[in-house]
Design a protein around this ligand. Structure first.
Ligand SMILES: [Zn+2]
Length: 229
């Protein structure tokens, strides 16, 4: 309900769009419990913080702008089956090119942009002696359950991103799949940017977590935070 009110507030003034969003929000709903983390072994809390109020969203967008991040605010959308993208943006330019970025909640987008610029890029320069020219991702929004679970993934709420590889200015391509257990320097680079991610995102999953993450880092802003594997 909070999200619906929020959606209306964001879209107020756009008339038909606001009305349409409200109607659409009414038929999808959060019928499927929202999962916290991709952690099949133990039951986890499904509580999810309420959607941020308009003020928080405005502050988040102001923060992106102040960091010279180029983005487009997206209208709230409900896709049915519990899947939605609310309070989301599309990142256009964060200083480091990144592929496959679709709808991301503003908080996820802000942390991703900061991670790319202040975590990944300096680590690459320092440890690998090269610039990161491209961060490759498997995407953001995806209406699907957590692998091996009936619960919806944070991807189903545009609240997660999967990072798969880094292309460097010297031509090297470092992928999670091939290099997580690679040579010492590359491993050090991946460990440092993983640790940097753990300071920024609520949930961070790597190949160390389970086989489903053998080829990417999963970052999301769901749950209570502090889950770093
Ligand atoms: Zn993921």
């Amino acid at each position: 309900m909070i999200e619906r009110v929020w959606g209306n507030a964001i879209l107020r003034g756009t008339g038909l769009a606001a009305l349409t969003a409200a109607v659409l929000a009414g038929c999808g709903g959060d019928l499927v419990p929202r999962g916290r983390v991709e952690r099949p072994a133990k039951p986890v809390r499904t509580a999810r913080p309420a959607a941020p109020p308009p003020m928080e969203l405005r502050q988040c967008m102001a923060k992106l702008t102040s960091q010279s991040v180029l983005f487009t605010p997206l209208p709230d959308q409900n896709f049915g089956g519990g899947c939605s993208a609310t309070g989301s943006v599309k990142l256009i330019d964060i200083g480091v090119p990144a592929t496959n970025l679709g709808a991301m909640t503003c908080g996820l987008a802000a942390n991703f942009a900061a991670w790319a610029r202040y975590g990944v890029q300096p680590a690459a320069r320092l440890i690998l002696g090269a610039e990161v020219e491209r961060i490759e991702t498997f995407g953001t929004y995806n209406c699907r359950p957590i692998a091996g679970s009936g619960k919806l993934s944070e991807h189903a709420h545009s609240n997660a991103v999967d990072v798969s590889a880094f292309v460097l200015s010297d031509g090297r391509r470092i992928s999670i799949q091939n290099d997580w257990n690679g040579d010492r320097r590359v491993r050090q680079f991946l460990e440092i940017i993983h640790a940097s991610a753990c300071k920024r995102f609520r949930t961070v999953l790597s190949p160390d977590y389970n086989a489903a993450h053998h080829d990417h880092f999963h970052f999301d802003m769901g749950g209570r935070g502090g889950f770093c594997r």
